[in-house]
Design a protein around this ligand. Structure first.
Ligand code: FES
Ligand code: FES
Length: 184
């Protein structure tokens, strides 16, 4: 099978590699380049553990071919902390006891960072909606949402609205989205 030479800019570094046409971006990142932050969970676009940013947009790297990312910028969770200092999102999840396992947390962090980058107002409901593409198999989301709202309070340009949605209204299992932002 012939290989494809591609170049990815990963976390600011140009990386050239040879992949098969069928190689998924998550495998290119992990197996070819050693960026093990993105995790392989469902490999079907359902769980969000492989979430990275591609040209600044969150995507599920298990539903993206590596060749589709040729010439583009990829950001993984390894870039989120700044030289050993946790990103405010990571710090807030830590403070709220919203950090879960190393499997689901990286994808959740990538989704939350994007959420706070693009939204000027968030609420408990909108945070839950944003996280519907990130599945934890073991526990609840209450503390994660608490952490996101806490960091949103401290984020310039982001306001925190209120709503009365309850924990039981959140049903991540209903999620069928194929990328972290959903729908497309
Ligand atoms: S491994 Fe990509 S969404 Fe589950
Ligand atoms: S899958 Fe990570 S804590 Fe449940």
């Amino acid at each position: 099978m012939s290989g494809h030479d591609i170049t990815l800019t990963v976390n600011g570094t140009d990386e050239t590699l040879t992949v098969e046409g069928r190689t998924l971006l998550v495998h290119a990142l992990r197996d070819h380049l050693g960026y093990t932050g993105p995790k392989v969970g469902c490999e079907r676009g359902k769980c969000g553990s492989c979430t990275v940013h591609l040209d600044g947009e969150p995507i599920k790297s298990c539903t993206t071919l590596a060749v589709q990312a040729d010439g583009r910028e990829v950001t993984t969770v390894e870039r989120i902390a700044d030289d050993g200092t946790l990103h405010p999102v990571q710090e807030a999840l830590h403070e709220a006891h919203g950090l879960q396992c190393g499997f689901c947390t990286p994808g959740m962090v990538m989704t939350i960072v994007d959420l706070l980058d693009r939204e000027s107002e968030v609420s408990r409901e909108s945070v839950r909606h944003a996280l519907k593409g990130n599945i934890c198999r073991c526990t609840g989301y209450q503390k994660i949402v608490d952490g996101v709202l806490a960091v949103a309070e401290e984020t310039e340009g982001v306001q925190v609205g209120s709503n009365d949605q309850t924990e039981s209204d959140f049903t991540p299992a209903e999620n069928t989205r194929t990328n972290a932002r959903g729908g497309d």
